[in-house]
Design a protein around this ligand. Structure first.
Ligand code: G3P
Ligand code: CA
Length: 296
């Protein structure tokens, strides 16, 4: 086996593999070299755990991030909403119907009230009483591991809405800076406006435009990508084609697709040569990558 999830190999650095670290230098997904008696290739596609290790613990909660660390993933992806009292919290949807029968919106609810919601029981009774964490709590949990693993990537997706989330970017950047984690953050958003604001606030932190298949897809991608001077393109995996990968490379963008979950989808991402995947199943992703590596 030539692929190790977390251990950087001699002569090889993951810096720059996701647009962050010390450089934005192009990093090939394949590291080639020789082993005694044979050639070998190591697949270096990054594996980011979607909403933490959400297959094993309630998504976007502290146990999901602890589990991701335990699995030695290359990084995590998480979603950010803003509470009524303007605290960034780690939560997928503004509408809280996935977690509670009460008709609530995160943007209209103060943190103290959000903290009364049981974010664990809908996943499993074993996680009953788990709370929606503030971004501050999640970064505090990840900071030690991130510092010990300088290539660890923390992908913060800002779920900003233009009206009620005004000011989210400033607050998120302040929390990131308070934890001194700027070098390990990768911002992403479906909103080019949010990315543009992030660029003004923290130009040193890489920014990814999330894209879905929509009308004028290529036009939107190049127009908004240029305005927000993105470093990364994060397309839906079915939208990711050899042509899209080529276009992203031509523009100097890293390409990380989502949400890549099945064996077929993971193998396809490897074959496309993307820089990384966001997945609910990092264990399967690692297994498929190891098999691919050994098959070369
Ligand atoms: O960041 C990629 C992916 O997470 C975007 O979709 O709905 O899972 O946040 P969603
Ligand atoms: Ca997300």
């Amino acid at each position: 086996m030539y692929y190790d999830f977390a251990r950087p190999r001699k002569g090889w650095s993951r810096s720059g593999a996701w647009g962050g670290g010390t450089a934005h230098s192009p990093v090939s997904m394949w590291e080639r070299g020789t082993a005694p008696g044979r050639g070998f290739a190591v697949c270096t596609m990054l594996i980011l755990a979607h909403r933490g290790a959400s297959k094993y613990a309630p998504e976007n909660t502290l146990p999901a991030f602890r589990k991701a660390i335990e699995l030695e993933v290359d990084g995590v992806e998480l979603d950010i909403q803003l509470t009524k009292d303007k605290v960034p919290v780690v939560l997928h949807s503004d509408k809280l119907t996935e977690l509670t029968t009460t008709y609530l919106f995160a943007h209209a609810t103060p943190l103290r009230a959000l903290k009364t919601i049981d974010a664990g029981s809908p996943f499993s009774p074993a996680f009953a009483g788990e709370r929606i964490p503030a971004l501050d709590e999640v970064l505090a949990l990840l900071a030690g591991h991130a510092r010990a693993h300088p290539s660890f990537c923390i992908n913060l997706e800002l779920k900003a809405q233009p009206y009620w989330h005004f000011g989210m970017e400033d607050r998120v950047v302040a929390v990131v800076r308070a934890h001194r984690l700027a070098g390990q953050i990768l911002f992403s958003s479906f909103s080019p406006l949010v990315l543009w604001r992030l660029k003004r606030l923290a130009p040193e932190i890489p920014r990814a435009l999330l894209i879905e298949p929509r009308a004028f897809f290529f036009l939107r991608m190049s127009f908004f990508g240029t305005i927000a001077t993105i470093t990364n393109l994060h397309p839906f995996h079915e939208t990711t084609t050899p042509d899209l990968v080529r276009q992203a490379r031509q523009r100097g963008w890293k390409i990380i697709c989502w949400t890549v979950n099945t064996r077929t989808e993971i193998s396809r991402a490897v074959a496309l040569g993307v820089d990384g995947i966001i997945t609910d199943d990092p264990v399967l992703a690692r297994e498929v990558m190891e098999q691919t590596t050994n098959a070369v």
